[in-house]
Design a protein around this ligand. Structure first.
Ligand SMILES: NC(=O)c1ccc[n+]([C@@H]2O[C@H](COP(=O)([O-])OP(=O)(O)OC[C@H]3O[C@@H](n4cnc5c(N)ncnc54)[C@H](OP(=O)(O)O)[C@@H]3O)[C@@H](O)[C@H]2O)c1
Length: 301
């Protein structure tokens, strides 16, 4: 299958591009400010806000998986024009590109599109934007929803970053292995999935005919503090280093966050053969991949 994956220098796009090429797909991997070589992929530098998208159309992808976004919730809050350009404007251009190339379009949305007042949000629930990031993602979902062959995937993930920067789990590893006190939220709940498990589900979704919105996340629900405790337990770190913290206690957050972003994944479980791992099983796989040098392979070392 020919795949165009945007945001290939990002956490999800990097893993997805690498795993897709390992699975034998023909991958065109899109970057913007951080060009990278990903084993087996053809890379293309492309600013999706204003660049020429004709090379993507000429590639005639069977499926476009649009992972690129401005993902910092706080930067979206303070730089709204940029957030709109990247998350809405670029998504609209990618959707037009998919239309012209007759490609299936999978859009990566977020678990932050709800008010967060209850657990295990379902696909059909009313969306609510508590912050500007959510507003841009909801608008982008609406744009993608007009494409006749689309899937909107809402999720939350962790994993190994292809760039020299830390995802949440890698940050936990760095802090706890250095013996540093580590704050973790007790009042933020989510359903995190390992990017590798999510990538497998996305590659399956790229090849089926589902059209609509799907929650693809870890099976279960935890606070970030509970996730960090489980992480410490599996890696045999001292869990006393974890400092239970409320979101309001961290003065640096600019945007309001929903407090419960957990997702009901039962629809995805009925649709997909790829098992969606429970949160503990996902973290156990993260640990095995860490021990097997997966991150070094991902980074081409
Ligand atoms: N991380 C999470 O847990 C989470 C949770 C829910 C939803 N999501 C969604 O999942 C998707 C992937 O997130 P992520 O965490 O993997 O992202 P990330 O690591 O922050 O990377 C963002 C990617 O977007 C690219 N990008 C930004 N502006 C661009 C532009 N103008 N033109 C082309 N590419 C551009 C970046 O390219 P360069 O670095 O090369 O500039 C980078 O590859 C996003 O849609 C995000 O909203 C993420």
């Amino acid at each position: 299958m020919r795949l165009f994956i945007s945001g290939a220098s990002g956490l999800l796009g990097g893993n997805l591009s690498y795993l897709a090429s390992q699975a034998g797909h023909d991958v065109l991997a899109g970057f913007n400010e951080h060009p990278l070589h990903i084993a087996g992929c053809r890379g293309i530098g492309l600013d999706l806000v204003k660049g020429d998208l004709s090379p993507v159309i000429s590639f005639k992808p069977h499926c476009i998986i649009h992972c690129a976004a401005l993902t910092s919730v706080d930067i979206c809050e303070t730089n709204r024009a940029l957030a709109w350009q990247v998350n809405v404007g670029a998504t609209s251009r990618v959707a037009e590109c998919a239309r012209r190339a007759s490609s299936r379009l999978i859009f990566i949305s977020t678990d932050s599109v709800f008010d967060g007042k209850k657990a295990y949000h379902k696909e059909g629930e009313r969306t609510v934007a508590l912050n500007y990031y959510a507003k841009t993602k909801i608008e982008a979902e609406r744009i993608v929803g007009r494409h006749k062959n689309h899937a909107v995937v809402r999720t939350n993930f962790y994993g190994f970053n292809i760039q020299q920067k830390h995802s949440f789990a890698e940050w936990l590893y760095a802090k706890l292995s250095a013996g540093d006190k580590t704050p973790a939220f007790t009042d933020f709940y989510f359903s995190p999935i390992l990017a590798n498990n999510l990538s497998d589900a996305l590659l399956e979704l790229a090849q089926n005919e589902f059209c609509g919105t799907l929650h693809v996340a870890g099976k279960g629900r935890m606070s970030k503090y509970e996730f960090a405790q489980l992480f410490a337990e599996l890696f045999s770190f001292d869990s006393a280093l974890l400092v239970p913290t409320k979101m309001s206690e961290l003065g640096s957050l600019k945007a309001v966050r929903p407090s419960d972003c957990s997702l009901d994944v039962s629809k995805a479980e009925r649709l997909l053969r790829t098992p969606l791992l429970g949160i503990r099983a996902g973290l156990e796989l993260f640990k095995r991949l860490h021990e097997q040098g997966y991150r070094e392979r991902l980074r081409g070392r």
